[in-house]
Design a protein around this ligand. Sequence first.
Ligand code: ATP
Ligand code: MG
Ligand code: MG
Length: 560
Amino acid sequence: AERPRDNFIYDIIDEDLEHGTYDGRVVTRFPPEPNGYLHIGHAKSIVLNFGIKHDYADRADTRCHLRFDDTNPDTESTEYVESIKEAVQWLGYDWEEHEYHASDYFEQFYQYAVTLIEQGDAYVDSLSEEEIREYRGTVDEPGTPSPYRDRSVEENLELFRKMRDGEFDDGEHVLRAKIDMSSPHMIMRDPLLFRIKHAHHYRRGDEWCIYPMYDYAHPLEDAIENITHSLCTLEFDNNRRVYDWVMEHCLDENELPSRPRQYEFNRLNLGYTVMSKTKLRHLIEEDLVGGWDDPRLPTISGLRRRGVPPSAIRSFCRTVGVTRSQSRVQIGHFEHALRDDLNAKAPRVMAVLDPLKVVATNVDADAVDWIDANHWPRDIDKDETRPVPFTREFYIERDDFREDPPEDFIRLAPGREVRLRHAYFFTCEEVVRDEDGVVTELRGTIDPETRDSTAPDGRSPEGTLHWVSAAHGLPFEARLYDRLFEVPDPDARDEHFTEFLNPDSLNVRQGVLEPAVRDLEADQRVQFERQGYFWPDPEASRPDALVYNQIVPLRDTWGE
Ligand code: ATP
Ligand code: MG
Ligand code: MG
């Protein structure tokens, strides 16, 4: 595979391979917490970590672990574990036998903590959560050591054992690293390693009532699994100090040369949507969207249901840039990758989403003219065709007709001639209205000499319209999706974020579709000419009641 664009991690790995830092091993991991479904931000991390496994396979001994970082009993579940595995697989990656659960390491986390206590590097603190915060001080002033900081090793060991044995309530004690209460880096002011939490864990049940903190558990997980390059997002920049401290104080010194290193890269942020699992879960629990696979969501399951191909997500993630500067990626960039991917995969068909009936008065009522129409435009090297029935009555988009057209309007108007895609030239001669003045039908004539879309006299109408036979068209529902939020940064609106939901994020249309779609695979992605890419909704569409999701419109409508 081609090397991804703009990716400094690859430079680091190149250098490590050159220097033989890890004896030719490159081991990465994707470490989700199973507390929700994955989103496209996670895809960036998946594509990065599994991409390294693939891209270096011919030069190094590569692996990528799927690790469930399940050290927090509150919000984790088997449902989420399963959904994460499904998403990684669907994206096209295989962790082989390397599935791990941090919750399998609880005993090791405990033992390493005992070692830290024995070394004098950790202590049991009995201050309250609030006191701990106060004692920690501020960036401008040093913290104050806890009065419990100088407990003896024996007392610490005994208290820590009792914490594990369930002799205390939540919050009564914590285990802290003994680092530096006046460090200019707040995170180094004796970070918490373990807390008491009497809660049921989805895998370990009630076996444990102390749980490790992220900053302590994560480096150990990496060390236990012999990870070489531990990649995380930029917010964890500061946490690297604790990461390195844990490595240096828990691991045997002669293991150090090959110890894992943490590198931080920019997270993927997209506008007009939310990407935190907590906020996504809120939308689902409050029924503000249809579920984790709602096609408007940036979740992998939502994108999948919408019709986004995994290859498009992969190529998008390989071009967004893995750098150390944070920025927002425009949705237009994602949609561009989508169109690029779908262009040569999606046969063209015609669908009218907002039908206006047209009658060609010089065509017999029972005549059916089957036209052999190409599924592909000229610039795509494919030549399948399909039969398209032309009949006296057909539909065009209501939008493609104006009674009083503005000057630059080149589509249909009274007295105008247009080309019907793959078929005849048609001239509008009469406009039929109902009693409210609404146009209900157009009448006119075709030029029978223009069946192949050209005229013997060489004239060429400016406008070309898509259309569908009224007699043969299939009624269907089209679901068009717009931005889920009205503001570019709903994530920044904290708990008020749902006030900014776009009430028109779902647009349902009753349209007509050319009959040849019946001959395509049930899950075939198609381009509705002049509209966009669509596919049948895998949940809602039935042979006798077709429902198509718009994957992406043909033109960029974001104006970012
Ligand atoms: P959330 O707040 O949505 O739960 P998280 O970062 O806590 O996100 P994790 O399950 O811990 O979710 O994430 C697993 C991996 O995916 C982590 O290594 C994390 O850095 C990465 N990741 C999460 N969100 C993004 C993002 N927007 N862009 C890139 N990587 C991300
Ligand atoms: Mg997390
Ligand atoms: Mg999080």
